[in-house]
Design a protein around this ligand. Structure first.
Ligand SMILES: *Cc1c(COP(=O)(O)O)cnc(C)c1O
Length: 460
């Protein structure tokens, strides 16, 4: 299984530091009220420990900084594009590569090429920008996660797996309306939960029966492979590289947010083995992302990505990374804070409904908890609950609430130490003591899609 955290330390030395500063509670009260109780509206300098996201927040390695200098800034035919393409082919086995400015650029290009109005895109559990892109195409995002994936306190492995019967039922409603099946590894929205190789293989087999392509949302592919190695029978002696190769062999391509497991601050790509999908996708890439050989990126960004994709496969790195997330989870469990079990790859997810049982869904308990954690310790998490995933029924106008009401504390890669994790746990323990006094929030502004980024709240 996993080596205990006190048997090893960070497998790197720190070469450069960025100062951060604590604010006072009074400052934070004022700042969060000015921000309309939305943590996305805070200036990052007002945040002490920033766990809003693990996206684009990684510390790059010396090898990646060195690679930046090798960037070829040609508009067409950049050498850096070919380095990126080789790195992707080497790890994932895909021949056609379209760089994009970040993951959602790849989602846009893929959806525009493949999804029509009235289609249904089936997945284990779509990420919020993925869901946004599907809705923007006039199509329906359908989650086929197995039920246990929604049960927050059940500590079983591979809670990112598909319910295979549900997948088949959804396909059989009308296979012609399913442009592809999307496997999100790891499954971000229910806690960074991994998908097993056995399940991936079965999903791929079912989709193939109906001639439906399979894509991966590969943002955290290496973290998923690490879990397979440690939790799934038959993989203990395989390298992360071998596991990744096998995993991608069950799909036709992937979208990738390189801001996660490519260890860079910006970038993404669409990769596929299907030439006709590639041809259609570049029709959309060129007007929206720039020419095929740069996709909204500088040559140096593609170089850093090419190197990051290789270094993320390092097992000592993955052990430390996933070990730190598990360490934070253990501290919170000790403090009696309800969290999603088991801890996933990139963050710890707090169960806001269990922590604030006196609040109704339309009080946005997860948003309230995120706000209180900021006020308590200057720590920024993100709401993944009724605000991020709630919708209004287009016909009745009634609120549709998502299954889960969570706050995600995403841990940036190679950025914070275990002492930062201790500060987070002690601030949350203090919030827990006064949890019963926390009042609800009400929405005062919302955008039609992806409302959590710009929503404004007032205190009840
Ligand atoms: C971050 C993320 C995306 C979107 O990528 P961006 O780089 O933020 O545009 C898509 N899917 C998953 C699972 C993600 O975590």
């Amino acid at each position: 299984m996993f080596r205990p955290r006190d048997e090893y330390a960070e497998p790197y030395r720190i070469k450069m530091v960025e100062p951060i500063r604590q604010t006072t509670r009074e400052e934070r009260e004022a700042l969060i009220s000015q921000a309309g109780y939305n943590l996305f509206s805070l200036p990052s300098e007002a945040v002490y420990i920033d766990l809003l996201t693990d996206s684009g927040t990684s510390a790059m390695s010396d090898a990646q900084w060195a690679a930046l200098m090798r960037g070829d800034e040609a508009y067409a035919g950049s050498r850096s594009y070919f380095h990126l393409k080789e790195s992707i082919k080497d790890i994932m086995g895909f021949d056609y590569v379209i760089p994009t400015h970040q993951g959602r650029g790849a989602e846009h290009v893929l959806m525009a090429a493949m999804v029509k109005q009235g289609d249904r895109v089936l997945g284990n559990m779509h990420f919020d920008t993925t869901e946004g892109h599907i809705l923007l195409r006039g199509a329906e995002p359908v989650n086929c996660l197995r039920d246990v994936g929604y049960r927050v306190s059940e500590d079983v492995p591979f809670k990112g797996d598909f319910d295979l019967e549900k997948l088949r039922r959804e396909i059989e409603k009308d296979p012609r309306t399913v442009p592809f099946v999307l496997i999100t590894v790891t499954c971000n929205n229910n806690g960074g939960q991994p998908v097993s190789m056995k399940n991936i293989k079965a999903v791929s087999r079912i989709a193939k029966e109906y001639g439906i392509p399979v894509f991966f949302d590969a943002a955290r592919f290496a973290e998923n492979c690490y879990f397979i190695k440690h939790l799934e029978e038959g993989y203990a002696d395989k390298s992360i590289r071998e596991i990744a190769r096998e995993m991608f062999s069950y799909g036709d391509g992937c979208t990738m947010s390189a801001k996660k497991d490519a260890l860079v601050n910006i970038g993404g790509f669409l990769a596929t083995n299907n030439e006709s999908i590639y041809r259609k996708a570049i029709e959309w890439q060129i007007p929206f992302e720039g020419f095929v050989t740069y996709g909204g990126l500088a040559g140096r960004d593609m170089e850093a990505m090419a190197v990051g994709l290789q270094s993320v496969l390092d097992e000592l790195y993955l052990e430390d990374r996933i070990g730190q997330v598990r360490y934070l989870g253990e501290l919170l469990i000790e403090a009696g804070i309800p969290i999603v079990r088991p801890t996933g790859g990139h963050g710890v997810y707090l169960d806001a409904e269990a922590m604030l049982p006196h609040l109704r869904r339309d009080h946005f308990p997860a948003q309230c908890l995120a706000v209180e954690l900021y006020i308590e310790g200057g720590i920024r998490g993100v709401e993944l609950g009724g605000c991020a995933f709630g919708r209004e029924d287009p016909v009745t106008g009634e609120a549709i609430w998502p299954e889960l009401e969570l706050v995600r504390l995403a841990v940036p890669r190679r950025v914070y130490t275990d002492r930062h994790m201790k500060m987070v746990a002690s601030a949350l323990a203090r919030v827990k003591e006064r949890a019963h006094e926390i009042r609800g929030l009400k929405l005062t502004y919302q955008a039609p899609v992806l409302r959590h980024f710009t929503a404004k709240f007032a205190r009840e």
